[in-house]
Design a protein around this ligand. Structure first.
Ligand code: HEM
Length: 262
């Protein structure tokens, strides 16, 4: 009877590790997509502002993308909860550990995945409060052309429109929601030194977490063997350096070279 309970426990821990691997690799994919979207912040002038704000409309209204973002929220929650359970069980049993134990900078990271993950979680809470919450529920400025005309969320410029409760009215007609200026929210945030410092510093634990987590995810799924093992380790290292570094470059450039980008 006791043996059965033991196997049950092992099965549930293996299940949790598989869920952690799947959600973690999905979060890696999200990071690549998120980074590509955010790099549009570096397109100079009005063109970049319009492109980034159009992209934000697409990301928050296109049905398929909206569905994927619900998967994202669930993945973050599962990843964090499974990590808590595994760490707790691990402490008790000292038997279940991350699969990959060595490699470029990975051993240090593998022993500290919980701490690194917690730092990333703190960053994420601040980050979502900075942008996601403000865009969805806060006071966001509205996008205007250089001539000062409002634009609808669908991209129609309305020279004589009036803005009421987030909607544009022209000739007495409701022309739909106005385009929000998320670019401006990001620009303002990255004009403050402490926010820039927080973003840049937070990319360090993210990098270590990714260097280890990326390869560990593949290993847990049984996708690390033979010649691919070495390549996976190098890919993991590259992923953990390049992605956080590019994320860090965005606030740094907007802070130090504001006249180039705005
Ligand atoms: C320069 C760095 C970054 C910038 C400028 C940035 C910008 C943004 C903006 C503007 C939003 C709100 C957009 C929206 O709701 O569609 C957002 C959402 C989000 N960001 Fe970031 N981000 C950065 C780095 C990161 C990093 C490193 C992570 C993860 C560790 C992250 C995770 C998220 C998540 C999970 C959301 C919510 C996405 C959704 O609702 O679909 N971001 N980010």
């Amino acid at each position: 009877m006791e043996k059965r309970a033991h196997y049950g426990l092992i099965r549930s821990l293996v299940g949790k590790k598989i869920f952690m691997a799947l959600t973690g690799l999905f979060l890696c994919l999200f990071l690549v997509a998120h980074l590509s979207g955010n790099l549009q912040l570096l397109i100079p002038g009005y063109k970049g502002r319009l492109q980034f704000n159009n992209y934000a409309v697409f990301m928050t209204t296109f049905p398929l993308v909206k569905m994927v973002s619900y998967v994202l929220y669930v993945s973050i929650v599962i990843h964090v909860l499974d990590a808590l359970v595994l760490t707790w069980r691990n402490r008790k049993a000292r038997k279940v550990d991350y699969a990959v134990k060595s490699g470029y900078g990975s051993s240090l990271a593998s022993r500290n995945m919980g701490v690194l993950g917690t730092l990333i979680l703190v960053f994420l809470v601040v980050h979502l409060a900075n942008f996601w919450y403000v865009y969805k529920f806060g006071q966001t400025p509205y996008m205007t052309t250089p001539e000062g005309h409002y634009i609808t969320a669908k991209g129609e410029v309305l020279p004589d429109a009036e803005l009421r409760d987030g909607h544009l009215f022209a000739g007495g007609l409701d022309k739909g929601p106005a385009m929000k200026d998320l670019y401006e929210v990001v620009r303002q945030a990255f004009s403050e030194f402490w926010i820039v410092a927080l973003y840049v510093l937070s990319m360090v634990p993210l990098g270590f977490h990714l260097v280890h987590g990326f390869q560990s995810g593949f290993q847990t799924l049984g996708l690390r063997s033979g010649r691919w093992a070495g390549l996976l380790q190098k890919t993991s290292l590259a992923f953990g350096i390049i992605i956080p570094a590019l994320f860090a470059v965005i606030p740094l450039l907007l802070f130090f070279l504001p006249e180039k980008f705005n």
